[in-house]
Each structure stands twice: as C-alpha cells, then as structure tokens.
Design a protein. Structure first.
Length: 334
C-alpha cells in the first residue's frame, strides 16, 4: 500500500483534527486546510503544514494539491448544525454542496486518486426501522442532511467519469476526545448532548435541558448511537487504506457501534464520573429530532481493518470530561 500525501479539509475542527492525529500516528504525511470559522489552529499538531483558507478558494486548493503532490483528500470542512441548516439552508448548500463541488473539481484536475467524505446519519432522515442499513431509504428531513447527500451523489457520479475512487462515511453521534488529550471539542456554540453535559459538569452551564420526554422509547427520551471520536478517526485511516488498495471500488458505510443509548442514560454516565449530579431540566421536544438512530455496522466491521478501541459510554464521557476540565483550567488561568 502506498502512503500518498493526504490533504485534510477542516483539519482544525473537531473530527478533522482527530483524523489528522490518527493519520500522523499511522505514518501518513498530512496537510491541513481550514478557514478557522469553527476550528482552532492549536489542535493542529506541530509540523503539519497548515493553510488558512476556504476550500472554495480554488487557486489556493490547486496550489496545495500541486505543491504537496496530494494523492488523497479527507474532506471534513463544512457546516454541521441541524437547526441552523433549517434557518440558513442556502449557507448549508453553499458550504456543504457547492464548496464540495469546487474541491472535487480541483481534485480531479489535480489528479487526486482518493476522496474520503464526511457524511452523516442525517442522510436517512427519520428512519422507518433501526438499526439503519446503508441501503435503507435516504430521505433527509433537514437541509444539512440533504446538502451532504447531494455531495455523496456528486462523488458517486464523478467517480464514474474520472479516475478516482471515494468513500462516504455516515457518522452517527460523535463524542469524546483524544485519549492522549491532544484534541477535543472546543465548543464555539455547542449543541451536542455530551459536550453540553460536560460543560455543565465543569460548571460552565447551570443545567442540561432534556429535549423531549414523550418519545416512543423506554424512558421517553431520544436514542442515539454514540461513537468515540478517536475510533471514528481510526475508521478514516482504515477507510483510506481500503481505498488505496481497491482503486476501482467505492466505499459507503455507516460509522457507529450499533448500540443505542437514551439521553437519560448518557446523563447517568456523566453523573457516574462526577461528584455532583448534573442538573436536568425536562423540556419539550427539539424540532427535527428523530426518536431513534442506531447504525447497522456490519459493513464497517466486515470491510475495514478496524475494531473499536474506546467503545462504551463511560469511556466516551470520561474522555469528554477530561478534555472539558482541561479547557476550564486553561480559561481559569486566562
Ligand atoms: N439533547 C438534549 N439536550 C441538549 C442537547 C441534545 O436533550 O442540550 C438531545 C437531542 O434532543 C437528541 C440527543 O440529545 O435527542 C442528541 O442530540 P445531539 O445534538 O447531540 O445530536 P443529534 O442527534 O441531533 O445530531 C447528530 C449529529 C448530526 C447528525 C445527526 C443525525 O451531531 O451531525 O446526529 O440525526 F446530523
């Protein structure tokens, strides 16, 4: 297997920075492009070439591909907040679909051989059954999911006409932080449950709102499949290895552990890690939340040379809390 130089878009963001760490740890040469709209430079490891700019800047992207002889792109850059996508759909189509089009075009023109795309469980919308299989209906219920699904389709069509192959990894709920403490979620306007609960646990928030207690689930709260960000990052490295070894095939797969947990079960796990329970405030449903999302992950387990290392909510929450404490100490020092 040849280890081509890899460009990571959004490599200063939450998942992208963990992918950079995993690639480096596995011996790949990596460069990062990020516009720092939500990411931070400090989570990009020293020695990794960093380009401050947008993937929509074609001249910049072309020059990086050319100068570094980029052979693969891991594409994380994009907008990811579901409710915001409902308020600003055109921004989402712009950042997630149009910008991806420019990137794919630059990749094709620059002779890039592999593209690994950050997709989402949101492409399935509100599924009729769980666990969700990759072939199940893709009927997104928000512009975020639709903007990602359009990019999947674009990659699929382009890979037929041009000499590259692609992977689209559909993430379920990504949480936790690098077990070595090198990266984690920074939290400019956090919306994700485990991040919010970690912030509450360190006193950054007075409570956690529980959005909806009347769902058709055993305890009435929504069920999600939480995956540790470092396991997800390792799946990206395994997927890239697979793509380089199967140049004529593409890879579209769910990334989750295949185990669902309710909002209350997640908060129970947080309480197991802290001296004082996090205050819970029961509220009405948040719009657009499907009751239950759980991945069928047989394809992931059977196709890739990958096994979860950090599975289990206690591990995920423990690492998220460790990172949050580190951020809190740093803020306290000013
Ligand atoms: N929740 C709360 N309180 C909070 C935050 C979240 O009760 O303060 C609940 C939500 O209502 C939901 C669950 O916790 O039931 C998980 O919510 P998150 O915001 O953490 O994550 P989502 O499931 O909404 O979103 C995730 C990904 C998206 C992806 C989506 C697929 O983050 O990128 O799954 O539906 F699109």
């Amino acid at each position: 297997m040849s280890k081509v130089p890899v460009l990571v878009t959004g490599g200063a963001g939450y998942i992208g920075s963990h992918a950079v760490l995993a690639l480096k740890d596995a011996g790949w040469h990596v460069a990062v492009i990020d516009d720092l709209s939500t990411g931070t430079r400090e989570v990009v490891p020293e020695g990794v070439p960093f380009y401050h700019g947008s993937i929509a800047e074609r001249v910049l992207v072309d020059s990086i591909i050319d100068e570094l002889k980029i052979g693969a792109i891991m594409h994380f850059a994009g907008s990811i907040v579901v409710p915001e996508s409902v308020e600003k759909p055109l921004d989402y189509y712009s950042n997630n679909t149009v910008a991806s089009h420019g990137l794919v075009e630059a990749a094709v023109d620059g002779g890039v051989k592999h593209i690994l795309f950050s997709s989402t469980a949101a492409v399935y919308g509100a599924p009729e059954r769980v666990p969700i299989e990759e072939e199940d209906a893709k009927l997104p219920i928000n512009p975020y999911g639709a903007s990602k699904l359009m990019t999947e389709r674009m990659l699929s069509d382009a890979s037929v006409a041009h000499p590259f192959n692609y992977g689209a990894l559909r993430y379920f709920n990504v949480a936790g932080a690098d077990p070595k403490g090198r990266s984690g979620q920074i939290g400019k306007g956090s919306t994700h449950l485990i991040k919010i609960a970690a912030e509450a646990a360190v006193g950054k928030r007075p409570h956690v709102s529980v959005y909806g207690t009347d769902y058709p689930t055993p305890d009435g709260t929504c069920i999600r499949d939480y995956i540790h960000v470092s396991d997800l990052a390792a799946a990206h490295v395994a997927a890239l290895e697979w793509l380089t070894g199967h140049p004529d095939d593409n890879l579209v797969m769910n990334c989750g552990y295949g185990k669902g947990l309710s909002v209350l079960e997640v908060l129970d796990a947080v309480d197991r890690h802290t001296n004082m329970p996090v205050k819970r405030v029961m509220e009405g449903r948040r719009s657009g939340d499907p009751p239950e999302l759980v991945a069928a992950n047989a394809k992931l387990l059977e196709t890739l040379d990958w096994r979860p290392e950090y599975a289990g909510i206690d591990r995920i929450v423990g690492d998220a809390l460790e990172w949050e404490r580190k951020l809190a100490e740093r803020n306290a020092r000013g």
